[in-house]
Design a protein around this ligand. Structure first.
Ligand SMILES: Nc1ncnc2c1ncn2[C@@H]1O[C@H](COP(=O)(O)OP(=O)(O)O)[C@@H](O)[C@H]1O
Ligand SMILES: [Mg+2]
Length: 312
């Protein structure tokens, strides 16, 4: 539906208490600014666990714009509260959000949809710290985190297994996902509604993979858009992003992360994950992909507000 900006009160939910709180504050501030410029009546809300429900009941916004990342904001819990309160909201609903957040559960759905994913195991943290759970090189990551928090890459020349996971129990929980390392390029593609946008090749400056610093430090990574890859791989990336979005039942905007091994003889495109609350900071990938498709940042957030609903 089309909502008239002057008559639409939008609460921008940001911050929260996940490991990605700071990123969300920057996504939320950018979204709130753009929504104001587009003429909406905007209330920024720094979400706190003990006040969020009462605050939303009091504000009664026409739309809740979800700019949260990580636990609670991205895993379906926030969507469940908005469903309960009957407040139309942006992005995916409860089920798609919780499935996408759980890297093992979403993989089962991706496999069933015919999408290529990397082999992985769920391994107790103690075992990850003690011995290599699979042939090197491999990646150790939390089953349900984002922003590369807790991701460890174990390359062929590693001295031993990742002992540090034992100090990161708060992030990992009892088990870690151990996944085959896929060398090559880091690609990402966003989906808006039923439409895949372009494909970005992310070249990290300081490290060989897309770690937290590469994601958020100024100049931490270079984005090549459109990605300089064969046209058939570019299209495959867009197809996979859309199929993954639909297989999980995502709504609004999502973004799929890939690895593309372009070594002759090894060529493979692997889907790593779908993000149901992709970053919306000034240097984030989704606004850049939208700009490439001819949408300003204001156009993008306006589309998201118009797309907001309950029963998602
Ligand atoms: N199997 C893998 N092979 C190579 N690199 C990986 C692999 N899994 C993760 N990475 C690296 O770690 C980053 C974060 O992993 P990802 O699965 O996207 O989790 P999240 O972004 O939710 O933290 C990726 O963008 C990539 O750079
Ligand atoms: Mg990712």
């Amino acid at each position: 539906m089309t909502r008239s900006p002057a008559n639409t009160a939008v609460a921008v939910l940001m911050g929260g208490w996940s490991a990605e709180r700071e990123v969300s504050l920057s996504s939320g501030t950018a979204c709130a600014g753009a929504l104001k410029r587009a003429g909406f009546r905007v209330t920024p809300v720094d979400v706190q666990r003990d006040t969020v429900v009462a605050l939303l009941q009091q504000l009664k916004p026409d739309v809740a714009f979800n700019a949260l990342h990580g636990k609670w904001g991205e895993d379906g819990c926030c969507a469940a509260i908005l469903e309960t309160l009957g407040i139309p909201y942006t992005h995916s609903g409860v089920l798609a959000s919780s499935l996408a957040m759980h890297k093992e559960k979403s993989k089962a759905i991706f496999r069933a949809a015919g999408l290529p994913v990397a082999e992985s195991l769920l391994v107790p943290l103690e075992d990850v710290a003690e011995r290599h759970p699979m042939a090197l090189p491999y990646v150790v990551k939390p089953v349900a985190e984002g922003s590369s928090v807790g991701v460890h890459i174990v390359l062929e020349n590693a001295n031993g297994p990742v002992r540090a996971v034992l100090d990161e129990r708060a992030i990992f929980g009892s088990h870690a996902m151990v996944e085959r390392f896929v060398p090559g390029k880091e690609l990402t593609c966003a989906v808006v509604g039923d439409r895949p946008l372009g494909v970005i090749d992310i070249v990290s400056k300081s490290s060989s993979w897309y770690d937290y610093k590469a994601k958020y430090a100024p100049g931490g990574s270079q984005h090549i858009l459109p990605a300089q890859i064969p046209a058939s791989v570019y299209r495959r990336c867009q197809d996979y992003a859309l199929v993954a979005h639909q297989a999980l039942g995502c709504r609004g905007v999502s973004r799929a992360d890939f690895r593309y091994d372009d070594r002759p003889g090894h060529e493979e495109l692997i889907l790593l994950e779908v993000n149901t609350q992709p970053g919306m900071t000034g240097t984030s990938l989704v606004p850049e992909l939208a700009a490439h498709a001819g949408w300003s940042y204001e156009d993008l957030v306006t589309w998201m507000v118009n797309d907001a609903s309950v029963d998602r």
